[in-house]
Ligand binder design. Structure first.
Ligand code: SF4
Length: 282
């Protein structure tokens, strides 16, 4: 039987240093953290084999609470730090944890190019459609027409679809879940962490404090129930047209493919160049 979440908190939390946490009661970040711990436990990874890197925002606090090798970096730069760590020590399991604003606005270029390069990393992107920590400003995933502190008359821009962006940019593995589908989330994180290449797991989450409240969706439970209603599996989505899919959340594995990984290709080219150099000197 898998260990309970209570047992996992005793194993992995930095009890004496970083608590109480800063998250609002009912925030989806805690569900994602539980999913990550279940995935790591099932993979039987030692704490020293795992590195968690985050940027800024509510989700960015996650690595500070957990007893792995951790970095809480600058806004939008979780992937750049994660890339350096992976290049320095390819044996480590490196996971970048980001929010929607962190990953797709400030860090948008890094996300696109990490996917294009197909770096051997895992990215968990917690998408709650808003900048929660800084006061509820709209982000690149805020839906059109939504009310935020920077769109009080309704948002006039259209939202990114993070998972589809990662597929198009070239990631090896791309999947999506919601915090309502917590068991699916940890399965997808586990798959992502063992997949060679860039693996993205987008998890739709609730910021009921900054988003749900302002958009008359309700509290955390109301938001989770909404995700339950909106979710359709990849298989079901394939039978629906774009109008039917409007306001739906497609969950499951969107891409799982074997593509060249830039870090492996770099190693191959270095070896080739060394061999050629050796021939010349003869
Ligand atoms: S502001 Fe939103 S995202 Fe941040 S901790 Fe509170 S509910 Fe979670």
């Amino acid at each position: 039987m898998p260990p309970s979440i209570q047992a996992l908190t005793h194993i992995y939390f930095r009890h004496n240093k970083k608590f109480p946490h800063v998250w609002c009661p009912g925030c989806g970040n805690g569900i994602v953290m539980g999913a990550l711990l279940r995935a790591i436990t099932r993979l039987e990874l030692e704490k020293d084999e795992v590195v968690l890197a985050s940027g800024i925002g509510c989700s960015g606090r996650m690595p500070t609470y957990l007893d792995f090798n951790t970095l809480h970096t600058t806004h939008g730069r979780a992937l750049t730090f994660a890339t350096g760590i992976k290049l320095a020590n390819p044996a480590l399991n490196v996971v970048a944890i980001m929010g929607d604003g962190d990953a797709t606005a400030i860090g948008g270029n890094h996300l696109i190019h990490a996917a294009r390069r197909n770096l051997n990393l895992t990215a968990i992107i917690i998408n709650n459609s808003i900048y929660g920590m800084t006061g509820g400003q709209y982000s690149p995933t805020t839906p059109f027409g939504s009310t935020t502190t920077t769109s009080v008359y309704g948002h006039i821009e259209h939202a990114f679809s993070i998972a589809e962006l990662a597929v198009t940019a070239g990631a090896s593995f791309v999947a999506r879940s919601t915090v309502y589908h917590a068991a699916l989330a940890d399965q997808l994180i586990e798959q992502a962490m063992v997949k060679p290449g860039f693996a993205v797991v987008e998890i739709i989450s609730n910021c009921h404090v900054q988003y749900g409240r302002r958009n008359q969706i309700g509290n955390a439970i109301d938001m989770l129930n909404l995700f339950k209603e909106q979710a359709v599996t990849v298989k079901k989505a394939a039978t629906m047209d774009s109008e039917e899919l409007r306001e739906k959340i497609t969950i499951g594995v969107l891409a799982d493919r074997d593509l060249p990984i830039s870090t492996n290709e770099y190693k191959r080219i270095r070896e080739q160049a060394r061999a050629d150099q050796g021939k010349k000197s003869i």
